[in-house]
Design a protein around this ligand. Structure first.
Ligand code: PAF
Length: 281
């Protein structure tokens, strides 16, 4: 696996990969890789496709009081995992390569990026849309794969790829979970042993609310019970537990079409998110 940090080297390496006519698949990440990321790489490799993985902890998607400095960085270990997983290129630009002096452009997606995490983390999705657009222009992949754990992020990316006519196919991969059900996330590394146990309340509360809604219980009542479960487990603040239209992410109070139940809350200093599909009868 080649590890590349500057654009000319990336461009010629991707050109070389493309010369055999097989698609190039990009897996964008911020590193601190776990089995969820490796499942994306495995999917990317399917059919002998070429795989580029990017690792870039993107400062523009962290708010002023968020965990940019603390965000886990372990590139050497990540590179070993990616080599074993069969990635062809690790694209690991520096902040100066991504945002050189004088950089002034922002990609902002209205509507779908405004509620949920967009409301809780102002500017976050501008940062994501900007860096992902740049990654697409740098790598020029045929396909890009993202985890559904970041459900709103995936919806925002699908929106701007369509709006900007970007020539890349976006693929979403189901959330990978630990055996006990906690969604895999690089931020799980922040949790103490006790918090790790309490964190299970998030997938459990969502699964319970899903069952209640699918049995026909009122949506708002099921949401309130999920919030109470999270509060009881020590989550504070609870940013949201919301039922949304699966495509537009518009809030729903009646389960009358395919929906997604999304939750975000903090346990100690660690902010966790999760989501689950809810199907109308
Ligand atoms: O999901 C992530 O890890 C990041 O938001 C992404 C898509 C790599 C953009 O920095």
């Amino acid at each position: 696996m080649q590890i590349l940090r500057d654009l000319p080297a990336l461009r010629s390496a991707v050109d070389a990969l493309k010369s055999d006519g097989k698609p190039v698949v990009l897996v964008p990440t911020m590193g601190a890789l776990h089995d969820g990321h490796l499942a994306l790489v495995e999917e990317a490799r399917r059919g002998g496709r070429h795989v580029v993985v990017s690792i870039f902890v993107n400062p523009r998607q962290f708010g002023p009081n968020e965990d940019l400095d603390a965000y886990p960085r372990r590139e050497a270990k990540d590179a070993q995992l990616l080599t074993a997983a069969g990635a062809d290129i690790l694209w690991a630009p520096t902040v100066e390569v991504m945002y050189p002096a004088g950089y002034a452009t922002n990609i902002s997606v209205s509507g779908i990026s405004e509620g949920l995490d967009g409301a809780a983390r102002p500017g976050h999705f501008d940062g994501v849309a900007t860096v992902v657009t740049k990654l697409f222009n740098q790598v020029r992949p045929d396909v890009a794969i993202f985890g559904e754990k970041d459900y709103q992020q995936l919806a925002v990316i699908r929106r701007f790829v369509s709006d900007l006519d970007l020539p890349v196919e976006i693929v979403g991969m189901p959330t990978q979970r630990a055996e006990d059900g906690l969604a895999l996330s690089s931020r799980n590394a922040y949790l103490s042993e006790e918090e790790r146990k309490a964190a299970l309340a998030l997938p459990r509360a969502l699964a319970q609310a899903k069952r209640q809604m699918e049995k026909g219980e009122p949506v708002d009542g099921a949401l309130s019970k999920a919030v109470a479960t999270l509060a009881g487990a020590g989550f504070d603040p609870i940013d949201y537990v919301t039922l949304c239209d699966a495509v537009t992410l518009a809030p729903m109070h009646v389960l009358d079409r395919p929906a997604q139940l999304l939750g975000a809350a903090k346990l100690g200093t660690t902010r966790l998110i999760d989501n689950i599909a809810v199907d109308p009868a």
